[in-house]
Write a protein that binds this ligand. Sequence first.
Ligand code: FAD
Length: 523
Amino acid sequence: MKKIFDVIIIGSGISGLTAGILLKESGLDIVVLTKTENIEESNTQYAQGGIIAQRDEDSPEKLEKDIINAGDNFNNLTAVKEFSENAPKLVFDFLINKIGINFSKDQNNKIDYTEEAAHSVRRIVHYSDHTGEMIEESLVKYAKKINLNILTSSTSIDLITSDQHSSDIQELYKEREVMGVYVLNNKTKDITAFFAHNIILATGGLGNLYQYTTNPPSATGDGLSMAYKAGADIINSEFIQFHPTSLFHKDIKRFLISESLRGEGARLIDHKGKEFMSKYHPLKDLAPRDIVARAIYQEIYKTGVEYMYLDLYRYYNGKEPIEKRFSKIYNTCLKGGIDITKSPIPIVPAAHFFCGGVKIDLSGRTSVKNLYAIGEISCSGLHGANRLASVSLLEGLYWAKKTCEDIISKKNQIKKERFKNILDWKVPKKTVEFDPILIDQDWRVIKLTMWNYAGIIRTKSGLSRAKADLSYYAHRIYKFYKEAKLDKSIIELRNAITNSQIIINAALHNEKTIGCHYLINDE
Ligand SMILES: Cc1cc2nc3c(=O)[nH]c(=O)nc-3n(C[C@H](O)[C@H](O)[C@H](O)COP(=O)(O)OP(=O)(O)OC[C@H]3O[C@@H](n4cnc5c(N)ncnc54)[C@H](O)[C@@H]3O)c2cc1C
């Protein structure tokens, strides 16, 4: 009989590692799986700005108001209230006092609280301009110290459910339960069934469905399609947040140019050097994120170019030299041949954050028994139709804690005999090795279709066209997936097409412009 874990956690970003640490320290037998070779590779690793934390000058009511304003009143009010009351102190209790993170300090050696758009109070703590890297590396260091069982290069393929994967017909007539996950070892290409009494999806976002994104290549939304196949409820998938400014460069992809540059004077300009934001909003370059993203997108399409510019060097009004204040951005751009102290930065908007996802309750429970979801892939309704900046790292932390409390108190145990009936992964009799060019071509189609039709500005006719185009591709990709010798890239492609269809259907279903779902009804 195979080993049965108490909990399998899929994902090693802030949410997965926090859950792993808390469960391990409670004495449970767990494993954390991650599909990348490097434990740290995740959206968490690339977070720049910071994380909301408790502050005397702040109050739960103020935070609640800011989250709901940003979310266009589409939020789950109970989730926002609970989060605002209980989450911010976790930064001190967990990240600072337990994990030992030293966030940046001000001149008086006190924690430096910074400001971001749409926050009524300075409540964001940060580590210079690479907060995520510091958080992720500190969590990994702590996890190693307590010998947390982490398996890298292990790609989860499908969740094992009692009714879909058991040879016992009687399971069909009982409530569906998740009992494990089929996992590909990326190196040996073996596929193994991992069993557990509880599964936590912590698989992060899906920016890679879009031509331009700030997310790393691993962000393909695998948890969303796995949960969908397992029959879990999915909500708010039309709400994809776009960041206005990512670097446009032939070699450096996915690099975020933080909002704080505009906070310190930088202005958006076109190819003739003319600023254009005054045409779009009285706050000009400091208008809300979605308005700035749409303005840039419209300027790009009106003028037939591929990008706009962000001019920092002529408008910078900060005190420190640019090289010091924006060290990471300065050094990254310089590597690409752009000296931001002497020339404007080519930028393009990019898919940044998934506000929807696998529906969860206040304890991280999905609609399928024993299955939990936390972090960016989950949707409690906290963000509503749009996300307030710097809420998401804390969301991962908070729901990891809530989920662990639920798992620890419930002590769920599935009868051992039931695992004996779980079928092994079915390998097709004849497998085919596909040319990577085919996979690349399908990816390009998905990314471009999503960018043009389900992106920053959507039309009903564009979404309908995308639906038709992607259903043609879906048919081909699923067929190809069934015959292929599986590897990580094919699994990601299968998930990408499923997720694109989920987003497009949700966008077609929601006929109103709200939050980051901007729809022109042209039919
Ligand atoms: C450039 C950038 C800047 C950001 N800045 C901020 C900020 O300043 N403040 C803020 O609050 N938020 C910010 N965000 C958002 C925030 O970083 C994410 O929402 C958050 O880190 C998500 O954490 P997570 O644990 O849910 O997922 P992730 O950190 O993305 O981790 C997902 C994990 O799941 C694994 N995984 C995925 N699929 C599989 C599979 N099939 N099998 C096995 N493993 C799998 C991945 O390998 C990875 O380990 C930013 C995001 C980006 C990209």
